[in-house]
Design a protein around this ligand. Structure first.
Ligand SMILES: Cc1cc2nc3c(=O)[nH]c(=O)nc-3n(C[C@H](O)[C@H](O)[C@H](O)COP(=O)(O)O)c2cc1C
Length: 150
């Protein structure tokens, strides 16, 4: 069975926790690895076939510090071909800010621009993300059951 790679970009821990919680809820049915984006070279994306990206937004609509290398790599990688990759993105943010969930929106756009295939519509969560993510994760699970390389 191939591996679902869950990568998290987080400034103060929420997205990190969420990535681990989602990882735990999927690991009975799928082979899962959870990674800090800051600890994994973005070039590794060429060897990932299924990706779940969990990121918050910080600053003025920016990616968290530990996700900045991946952000630049995907934003500026003109020659990147990600047609081997299926992905899902879930964002954490706060509608109080003008650039609500900008980092998750950007990651989704970059991945798609390079030819990766979206498995499910991105979910951008507000501060009450704990009420929002479970339904989305259930939908993701259903999609993965029929669309996960063995
Ligand atoms: C200084 C600061 C800046 C933030 N900027 C944004 C922003 O531009 N857009 C947004 O949607 N949320 C913003 N947020 C909200 C965070 O994304 C939200 O609290 C999230 O749950 C944090 O997740 P994390 O702990 O994984 O970093 C900001 C929060 C702080 C404290």
């Amino acid at each position: 069975m191939s591996t679902l790679h869950i990568l998290w970009g987080s400034q103060s821990g929420n997205a990190q926790n969420l990535a681990n919680v989602i990882g735990n809820s999927l690991e009975d049915e799928f082979q899962v690895e959870v990674h800090d984006m800051g600890a994994l070279s973005p070039e590794m994306i060429s060897s990932i076939s299924t990706l779940l990206l969990v990121t918050s937004t910080y600053g003025d609509g920016e990616a968290p510090d530990n996700a900045s290398e991946w952000y630049s790599f995907l934003k500026f990688g003109e020659e990147l071909n990600l047609s081997h990759l299926s992905y899902a993105v879930i964002g954490l943010g706060d509608t109080y800010y003008p650039h609500f969930c900008q980092a998750s929106k950007d990651f989704d756009e970059f991945l798609s621009k390079h030819g990766a295939r979206s498995l499910i519509n991105r979910l951008d969560c507000d501060l009450y993300y704990e009420e929002q993510y479970p339904e989305w994760v259930e939908e993701l699970k259903s999609v993965l059951k029929v669309d996960f390389p063995v």
